[in-house]
Ligand binder design. Sequence first.
Ligand code: FAD
Length: 292
Amino acid sequence: MFPASFEYVRAHSPDEAFDALQKHGYDGRVLAGGQSLIPAMRYRLARPAVLVDINPISELSYLKEEDGFLRIGATTRDAALEFAPWVRERYSLITSVSAVVADPIVRHMGTVVGSVCHNDPAGDWTATALAARGVVVIRGKEGLREVPIDEFLVDSYTTAVEEGEMALELKIPIPDARTQGSYQKIERKVGDYATCAAAVQLSLNEDGTIRQAGIAITAAGPIAMRVAAAEAMLIGQRPTLELLRAASEEAPKIATPNADQRGSAEYKKDMTRVLVGRGLKQALERLGAVSA
Ligand SMILES: Cc1cc2nc3c(=O)[nH]c(=O)nc-3n(C[C@H](O)[C@H](O)[C@H](O)COP(=O)(O)OP(=O)(O)OC[C@H]3O[C@@H](n4cnc5c(N)ncnc54)[C@H](O)[C@@H]3O)c2cc1C
């Protein structure tokens, strides 16, 4: 199908994009990589009257470390993270996600910021940002504001970005040497959305106890969810396989997946347990820290 007709604004600076969004209010919509928005428009699930194309804004295409954060600009493609050697070396969670989001074509067009703004219930980047304690920088009427990802993700396809606003970047705290992550995704075929997936990031204290835990599941409810009870269970503890098993049991308690062509609700619920368990184990193996 063809989309309903719309007006197209090509923005060349964040100011131009913001002004256009302010002018058109709810009628306006940011066009980033178009990998979710354009299909939604073609199926007429979305009918924005005005598309504000931010792709010409080269100053929003960056991937850099600054002030303790990895900063991912609003027009930075997924592929930029996948192919940056320094990201591969130091960001094990991001590295295990970036090659399993969709397929290479989508990853060369889609943006990480666009994905968190889209907030699909099965999104890979939303769960990742939750586990990594991401922060989204939003340009609003009053200037810039920083919103922790837990508050940013409001409901399916709904975020803290309000009428006339735009997200400028996603910030991920730089992991220290005692932090490792893992992304575990099951999909029907390569390039598919997750049947279910789990993002995990663990940080250890010098004495080997767990300092920080980030655990999130996706495709397991209306929105990617932090498994807070599992995180709390791990903090301050010495990692053992028994503890990891107990923590992974917390995931199905909060999962509310729908049955669909990818599997029954019972199957998906149980997979949240399995994938969180595998993610925790892999993160700890990467830290060289699992004991029986
Ligand atoms: C074949 C296919 C397979 C896919 N498989 C997966 C998958 O396995 N996992 C997965 O997570 N995703 C998957 N996707 C979805 C896709 O990867 C992401 O949703 C997409 O990359 C979103 O980024 P985008 O830049 O394309 O956003 P767009 O499609 O341009 O925008 C998406 C939404 O976010 C808003 N938006 C974008 N940028 C901003 C901004 N800076 N400020 C405010 N609002 C903004 C738009 O207005 C729109 O509402 C798949 C898509 C396709 C086509």
